[in-house]
Design a protein around this ligand. Structure first.
Ligand SMILES: Cc1cc2nc3c(=O)[nH]c(=O)nc-3n(C[C@H](O)[C@H](O)[C@H](O)COP(=O)(O)OP(=O)(O)OC[C@H]3O[C@@H](n4cnc5c(N)ncnc54)[C@H](O)[C@@H]3O)c2cc1C
Length: 450
């Protein structure tokens, strides 16, 4: 479904000189993302498409596009690489798809800090930053393809979060510049806490055109698989590694059987029936790390030195939501949840859920920092039966004290935040007074209309 009430040829004409794509197949391809991980979202979003794709290569062009959209009251949907999971960049009411993948400049790069354009791919940036010994603090498992703008507007954390927490934590984004959708579009800069008005906002609150981001020291990361005879030992190993202040790590992912059996490319390192940890640790920490493995009776089945790990497939592409991707490539009836368990070194609630649901909700843990404590987040792989059962599973978790960021909704507030954020709403009134940015995604804005 696109938006036929608008004069798209006049809009395209007004944008002559900027790369545009009108071929319907291409437009449809660039109107979608990975929403299909959710059987609930599949029927709701499968027919949604934009009307025109525009690929600017400068801020001046973006200002022009914003002005033309405002003039025609055309919806505008910003797009990075389209790897989002909840239909974040899928147009609900047609519109112009603003593809920012040509905005790839590094404005400046110095130890600990950088300023970049939004379309630069995360891995491409790291390649350059590592030349001076630095890298992103955290990246999603879509590291190779995702853009930094899409990560800030749509993502939350990932590989690196075990040390640095999530994007939302103070200090993980220094500043953003956004182009507004006012009658005369302009650039607004947000610094420090003010970035919350735009972070994880699904592109509803201004077009991010520049980001100032802090970096982390680029250690030589060794990649290791450790297998365990039972799941709770694997989980407690993950907690202990997360808590080990002297061990420098970037990734601590734990999987209950049968999830490892979905990692077909790693089959030789994952014996049938095993529970396992996929880990990235600084190479110079391997000796004390191996002592921790021994303490938990783990068995190392795979170890790749840092230099080799940069070549070929990285273990990171089996973790975070890549786990769901691999599981679904074996069985499309599988879907997932996103859960944050309360801080508890004994992992009591997690253990309860593991036994309570058995193989219906298979445990996949990602350890991360939350306000100074290492806690397990879970992206459980779920055997889907019905939407009602999925809701029951979510409710059971919430009733027991686990927090669920629901990945089966495209509404911003119904996912992670659960509540309307007045700060974000006020900012939207300022930067997008006509509600043209990704319409239908922000409940707070839609509620103003009724
Ligand atoms: C297999 C798989 C694994 C994943 N793993 C992770 C993970 O580990 N951690 C995680 O956080 N996410 C994860 N994701 C989700 C997603 O890949 C990341 O959030 C990624 O960073 C999104 O980047 P993108 O360029 O693809 O953004 P897109 O999907 O293109 O956009 C995401 C959202 O941001 C908006 N947007 C994009 N650019 C801008 C901009 N410049 N200004 C304003 N709004 C903008 C879009 O409108 C959309 O709402 C995963 C997804 C998949 C499919």
């Amino acid at each position: 479904m696109n938006n036929q009430s608008l004069d798209w040829s006049a809009i395209a004409q007004a944008l002559v000189g900027i790369e545009t794509i009108t071929d319907p197949t291409q437009v449809a391809k660039l109107s979608t993302d990975y929403y299909h991980f959710s059987p609930v979202l599949q029927p709701l979003l499968k027919d949604k498409t934009g009307d025109l794709v525009v690929r600017p290569s400068s801020i001046a062009e973006i200002l022009k596009i914003a002005q033309v959209c405002v003039q025609h009251k055309a919806p505008l949907i910003v797009r990075g690489s389209g790897t989002g999971n909840y239909g974040q960049c899928i147009p609900l009411q047609g519109g112009l798809i603003l593809d920012l993948t040509k905005m790839t400049k590094i404005n400046w790069l110095k130890p600990g800090l950088t300023s970049v354009e939004p379309g630069i791919k995360l891995a491409a940036f790291d390649k350059q930053a590592r030349e001076i010994g630095w890298e992103w603090r955290m990246v999603p498992s879509t590291y190779r393809t995702a853009t930094i703008g899409g990560f800030i507007a749509g993502g939350s954390g990932g590989i690196g979060s075990v040390t640095y927490g999530q994007l939302r934590d103070r200090g993980n984004i220094h500043a953003l510049k956004v182009v507004t959708m006012e009658d005369a579009p302009r650039i607004v800069e947000l610094r420090g806490d003010a970035i919350k008005k735009v972070n994880h906002n699904y592109g509803t609150n201004g077009i991010i055109v520049e980001l100032e981001m802090p970096l982390a020291p680029a250690h030589p990361w060794a990649e290791v698989i450790v297998t365990f005879g039972d799941f709770m030992t694997a989980a407690k190993f993950g907690q202990a590694l997360g808590d080990a202040d002297g061990l420098i790590k970037k990734l601590v992912s734990i999987f209950a059987d049968p999830i490892p059996s979905y990692f077909t490319a790693l089959r030789n390192h994952l014996p049938p029936g095993c529970h396992c940890a996929l880990v990235m640790v600084a190479e110079f920490c391997l000796e004390p790390f191996l002592e921790l493995v021994k303490q938990f009776d783990g068995e190392i089945t795979y170890q790749k030195a840092a230099q080799e790990a940069t070549k070929g497939t990285s273990l990171l592409e089996f973790t975070w939501n890549h786990t769901t991707l691999h599981a679904r490539s074996v069985d499309t009836n599988l879907t997932y949840l996103q859960t944050l368990f309360p801080a508890d070194k004994n992992l009591t609630l997690l253990e309860h859920m593991f036994h309570h649901f058995g193989e219906e909700v298979m445990m996949h843990l990602e350890f991360l920092q939350v306000q100074g404590q290492t806690v397990p987040a879970a992206l459980q792989v779920v055997r889907y039966s019905t939407e009602a059962r999925l809701k029951e599973i979510i409710k059971y978790h919430e009733d027991q004290g686990a927090f669920i960021a629901n990945p089966h909704t495209y509404i911003l507030e119904d996912g992670g935040s659960k509540a309307i954020d007045p700060l974000q709403l006020e900012f939207k009134k300022l930067v997008d007074p006509y509600g043209l940015m990704n319409p239908g995604k922000m409940r707070a804005w839609e509620a103003l209309k009724v």
